[in-house]
Design a protein around this ligand. Structure first.
Ligand SMILES: [Zn+2]
Length: 242
């Protein structure tokens, strides 16, 4: 009976390790989520800047057309000045030229502003591209790390599954069924020790003295009357270890 209980404990140890690895197989790839999110944001930000750049360049081309149009109009007015007959016409042309000159300086100022804007957007784009490259590099490295880790965990898992099969073979089928049944309902803990104070370490309730005395004999499989887990006397492990 002692060996059966020890084998059952071994089975549970293996199962707990399997459970732990199963969990890691799910959580490990999450390390990539954060960096993928950052990368998506950086790409979105970059495409916004690209749009902004196109818009400013369009605006600049338009301003340049307006400017050359004004310059052409000044030239035309200056030519017409040679042909005017009256002083009144001459004065009117002067006023017209002055007005166009004001427009010219406004367009020139606007073009300078746009050049500055374009310059700072281009800088932001270069920074964004650099950041994306860095993030992609980090993501690739992380991907390799995650893949390696998953591969190692899967190998470990297949060894543990083999171990489990072998260990389970040593136990009576009924007992393994009972163990599995409790495992499913008690979060993977189907067999627990009862300590020297006669307390079940699964549910922390006392075992009645009569049952505790029986437990010390180690001659049959017993269950905790409160949580129904299979119980064993803690001293059994201590005896085995010493
Ligand atoms: Zn209990």
């Amino acid at each position: 009976m002692r060996d059966t209980i020890l084998t059952l404990i071994k089975l549970q140890d293996i199962d707990l390790r399997i459970k732990d690895i199963d969990q890691k197989l799910h959580t490990e790839p999450r390390a990539l989520d954060e960096i993928k999110k950052e990368l998506d944001q950086a790409k979105q930000e970059l495409s916004l800047q690209m749009e902004k750049l196109k818009e400013k360049e369009r605006e600049k081309r338009n301003a340049e057309l307006e400017l050359s149009d004004c310059e052409a109009r000044i030239k035309k007015s200056q030519q017409r000045m040679m042909e005017v007959k009256t002083n009144k016409e001459y004065q009117a042309l002067l006023i017209e030229i002055d007005e166009i000159k004001t427009l010219v300086s406004q367009w020139e100022e606007r073009i300078l502003e746009l050049l500055e804007d374009i310059d700072s957007i281009k800088k932001a784009i270069a920074e964004g591209e650099k950041r994306i490259k860095e993030l992609e590099k980090r993501r690739d490295l992380m991907q390799i790390r995650v893949n390696n880790s998953l591969k190692r965990l899967k190998e470990e898992l297949s060894v543990l599954r083999q171990d489990r099969e072998e260990v389970a073979k040593k136990l009576p089928e009924d007992l393994v069924k009972r163990y599995n049944f409790i495992c499913d309902r008690r979060n993977g803990k189907a067999i627990v020790p009862v300590n020297h104070d006669a307390v079940c370490e699964g549910c922390h309730m006392h075992i009645p003295p009569q049952q505790y005395n029986e437990l010390l004999k180690v001659d049959r499989i017993m269950s905790c009357p409160t949580c129904q887990r299979i119980i064993y006397w803690k001293g059994l492990i201590e005896e085995t270890e010493s």
